[in-house]
Design a protein around this ligand. Structure first.
Ligand SMILES: *Cc1c(COP(=O)(O)O)cnc(C)c1O
Length: 668
C-alpha cells in the first residue's frame, strides 16, 4: 500500500488533540485558563453594586481552611484513582469505539459547564439551545437533508436517539388512522395521498391503506386537520383516537370494533447487525420484542436488500403492517455500511408495487460522521474516485486464509459506499453519536428528522415551561416540548458546536480525520494478513467499511469451534482490562456472532477456519463464534514512520497472548 503524502490538513490534525504524550498540553492549558478567567470576569461584572458574599477575612478562618484542605486532599485521591482508567488516548488502545476527544470539544464543554446551562428550555439556556439547534442543522446538511425543513437535536446518546426515532415513526405511521377517527367525529372531509401517489378521501380508506401513508402526506394531513376545525376541538378529538393517548390495549380493542379487523401487531424490520438498543426500545415502547424482525446480512455484514424485499413481500401477504425499517451505517461490531441506496430502492418498490410503506431510519450512531468524507469545502459531493485517489489505500491482496466473499476486496471506498452515504438524504431520520466518531466527550448523541413537522406528533406542553405567547419562534427554542429527555447539558451542545467549527463536517475536518482512521485500520488489517504467527493461524473477517478490524485466531490442535472460541476468549482476557489488575500492552475487545442474526454472514468464516459447518454453528446456540475486534479511531495510525510502530507491537502482543492462552487451554 503506497502511503499518501501528508498534506497541510494532516498538520492541522496534530493540533486537534491533546496527544498521546500530552504533546499539546500547553495549548489545552492556555485555553482552559482563558475560559475560566473569562467566566470569572463575567461574575465580577455582574451587578458589581451587590458587593461580596465571601470576604478575604472569611478565608482566614479555621473551618474555611479545613474545608479547603479536605477538598484538596480528596481531589488528590480522586486524581490518583482516575489513573486506573482506560488509556483511550494511546495508540495501544484498540478496543471499543472510543478515543480521546478533540481539544475544541474539551474546551467548549468546560467553558459552557461553568455556566451550567440546561437545554430543556431557552429560558435556562439562552445561548446553548441555539448552539444545539445549529448543530442539528450542521448534521442535517452533512446527511444531505435540507437544513431549512429538517430538524435535529442532541440526546444523551444513541440509545435515546434511536428510541426517539421509533417513537416518532410510530406516531407518524399511526397518525392517519387517528386523523380518520377525529375527522369523522368533527365532521370534516379530508383527502390524503397514498404510497403510489394517488389522492383519495380519507374516509374511503381501509385499515391497511390508512397504515401505509408515507410520512410527507401524513404530515400534510396533520396540517390540514388542524386547519379544518378549532384547535381545542382537534386536540380533544385526536386524543380520543390516538395510540399515544389510548395505549396499545385500548387501541387494539377500538380497531377491532371500528374496522371489524383485529390488527396484526406491527413489526419493526432491523438489520440483523443492529445494536442491542433496538431490543430495549421495542420493549420500552410496548411494541414488543416479538415484533422485532431481523433482516439477514450478506457476507460483508451488510443488510441484504434481496432478503429485505422478501420479508416485505411476505409480511404484506400476511397483512402485517411495517412500522419502520432500521438500516445501519457503521455497525457496532464490524463498522459495516449497509447499502442504504438499495434499501431505499426496496422501499420505493414496495410503495409502487405493493402499496406498502414504512419509516426508513438509518442508525448511523457509529458511522454517521463518515458522511463528512463525501463533501468538499464548497459543499459539493466528492466522488468515490476522488476519495480513492486521496487516501490511496489500494486493493487488499487476498491471503491464503482469507474469508472468501462474493464481492471481492477492493480499494476504499467503493462506489456503493459513497452511494450509501448519499442515500442518507433519502431516509426519514438518522441518528449519529458525536460521542463516537465525533470525538466529543460523553454525553452526546443526536437525531435528525428529514421533516421538522414530525416532532409535533410527540409534542407535550408542561404548564411551567409553556412558551410565551406571541414571541414567534420562541416555541422552537423550547426543546423539552419535542424531545424525550428533559434537563440536558448545554455544555454538550457547546462542545459539539465548537468542535464542528474547528473540524468542519467536510473533507477539511471530520472527513480528513475519519479518512485517516480508515487508512490506519487498513494498515492494521494488512499487517494482520502478513503476520507470521506460526503455528497459529489468523483468519481476518472481510475488510472493514470504516475502521473496525475483526479477526479470529486458531491453532492446528484445535478441532472444534468450542476450542477455537476458548482460545480467542483467552487472547481477549490477556489483551483487555476485563481481569482486575490487568496491564496489557495492547488492548482489544471481542464480540460473539450469534445465530440466527449472523447466519447469512458467518459461513465463509467457518470455512476459512476449517472448524465445523453452518449447521453445527447453529446448533451451538448462544455459544456463537467469538471474534476479536479492534476499533482504530486513532488517526495517527494512518501515518507511516511518525511515532511508535503500533502495528508491529500489536502483532507481537497478539502472538504472546495466543501462546499463553493455548498453554492455559491444554492445562498443566
Ligand atoms: C453505540 C451505538 C448505539 C447506541 O449508542 P449509545 O450512545 O451507546 O447509547 C446504537 N447504534 C449503533 C449502531 C451504535 O454503534
Amino acid at each position: 500500500m503506497s502511503e499518501p503524502a501528508p498534506t497541510p490538513s494532516d498538520d492541522a490534525l496534530r493540533a486537534w488533540f491533546l496527544g498521546p504524550r500530552a504533546e499539546n498540553a500547553e495549548l489545552l492549558e492556555r485555553l482552559l485558563v482563558e475560559a475560566l478567567r473569562d467566566h470569572v470576569f463575567w461574575r465580577r461584572n455582574h451587578h458589581p453594586e451587590d458587593g461580596f458574599t465571601i470576604h478575604e477575612l472569611d478565608k482566614r478562618r479555621e473551618a474555611y481552611d479545613a474545608a479547603v484542605a479536605t477538598l484538596t486532599q480528596e481531589l488528590m485521591g480522586l486524581l490518583a484513582e482516575l489513573k486506573r482508567g482506560v488509556p483511550f488516548f494511546s495508540g495501544r488502545y484498540k478496543g471499543h469505539m472510543a478515543f480521546e476527544q478533540t481539544i475544541a470539544s474539551q474546551v467548549g464543554y468546560f467553558a459552557a459547564m461553568l455556566y451550567n446551562p440546561n437545554n430543556v428550555a431557552i429560558e435556562a439556556s439562552p445561548v446553548t439551545t441555539r448552539l444545539e439547534l445549529e448543530v442539528g442543522r450542521q448534521l442535517a446538511r452533512m446527511i444531505g437533508y435540507d437544513p431549512a425543513s429538517a430538524w435535529g437535536h442532541l440526546t444523551s446518546g444513541g440509545t435515546v436517539a434511536n428510541f426517539e426515532a421509533l417513537w416518532v415513526a410510530r406516531n407518524v405511521i399511526y397518525f392517519p388512522l387517528a386523523a380518520r377517527g377525529a375527522a369523522d367525529e368533527l365532521g370534516v372531509r379530508l383527502e390524503v395521498t397514498g404510497p403510489a401517489g394517488h389522492r383519495a378521501p380519507l374516509a374511503s380508506l381501509d385499515l391497511p391503506e390508512l397504515l401505509n401513508i408515507p410520512a410527507a402526506p401524513a404530515l400534510d394531513l396533520w396540517d390540514e386537520l388542524w386547519q379544518a376545525a378549532p384547535r381545542e376541538r382537534v386536540h380533544d378529538a385526536l386524543l380520543r383516537h390516538s395510540l399515544q393517548a389510548l395505549g396499545y390495549q385500548d387501541y387494539a380493542l377500538r380497531l377491532s370494533e371500528a374496522f371489524g379487523d383485529p390488527l396484526p401487531p406491527s413489526v419493526v424490520l432491523v438489520a440483523a447487525s443492529a445494536h442491542y438498543s433496538w431490543e430495549k426500545i421495542v420493549r420500552a415502547l410496548g411494541i414488543g420484542s416479538n415484533q422485532l424482525v431481523f433482516v439477514p446480512l450478506d457476507d460483508r455484514y451488510r443488510l441484504d436488500p434481496d432478503a429485505l424485499w422478501e420479508r416485505v413481500v411476505d409480511l404484506t401477504h400476511r397483512r402485517v403492517p411495517i412500522l419502520a425499517c432500521v438500516s445501519v451505517c457503521g455497525t457496532t461490531e464490524e463498522s459495516a455500511v449497509d447499502r442504504l441506496d438499495l434499501v431505499q430502492e426496496v422501499r420505493s418498490r414496495a410503495e409502487t408495487e405493493l402499496g406498502v410503506t414504512f419509516h426508513l431510519h438509518s442508525d448511523a450512531c457509529y458511522g454517521g460522521y463518515a458522511a463528512a468524507l463525501t463533501w468538499d469545502a464548497e459543499g459539493r459531493r466528492r466522488s468515490a474516485e476522488e476519495l480513492r485517489a486521496e487516501f490511496a489505500t489500494g486493493a487488499e491482496p487476498a491471503g491464503p486464509h482469507d474469508v472468501r466473499t462474493r464481492e471481492p476486496s477492493g480499494a476504499w471506498p467503493s462506489e456503493g459506499w459513497v452511494r450509501s452515504m448519499e442515500a442518507l438524504a433519502e431516509t426519514d431520520s438518522v441518528t449519529i453519536d458525536p460521542h463516537k466518531l465525533g470525538y466529543i466527550p460523553y454525553p452526546a448523541g443526536a437525531i435528525v428528522f428529514r421533516d421538522r413537522r414530525m416532532r409535533e406528533l410527540v409534542a407535550i406542553d408542561p404548564p411551567y415551561l409553556l412558551p410565551t405567547q406571541g414571541l414567534g419562534s420562541s416555541e422552537d427554542l423550547f426543546l423539552g416540548r419535542f424531545v424525550f429527555e428533559g434537563s440536558k447539558p448545554g455544555a454538550a451542545a457547546a462542545s459539539v458546536w465548537l468542535s464542528h467549527k474547528v473540524l468542519p463536517l467536510d473533507e477539511r475536518g471530520y472527513g480528513r480525520l475519519i479518512g485517516r482512521t480508515v487508512v490506519g485500520a487498513r494498515r492494521l488489517y494488512r499487517a494482520l494478513g502478513e503476520a507470521d504467527l506460526e503455528p497459529f493461524r489468523l483468519v481476518r473477517l472481510p475488510e472493514p467499511d470504516i475502521n473496525i478490524v475483526c479477526f479470529i485466531l486458531t491453532h492446528p490442535s484445535l478441532g472444534s469451534l468450542a476450542e477455537v472460541n476458548a482460545l480467542n476468549e483467552g487472547v481477549y482476557a490477556r489483551m483487555s482490562l476485563s481481569e482486575p489488575g490487568a496491564q496489557p500492552d495492547y488492548i482489544i475487545t471481542r464480540t460473539r456472532f450469534q445465530t440466527p442474526m449472523y447466519d447469512g454472514a458467518v459461513g465463509p468464516v467457518l470455512e476459512a477456519l476449517g472448524t465445523g459447518t453452518l449447521e453445527g454453528w447453529r446448533s451451538g446456540g448462544k455459544a456463537g463464534l467469538v471474534v476479536l475486534r479492534s476499533t482504530v479511531m486513532d488517526p495517527f495510525m494512518g501515518f507511516a514512520g511518525s511515532g511508535p510502530d503500533h502495528t508491529a507491537g500489536f502483532v507481537e502482543a497478539l502472538r504472546a497472548a495466543a501462546c499463553e492462552a493455548l498453554a492455559a487451554l491444554s492445562g498443566p
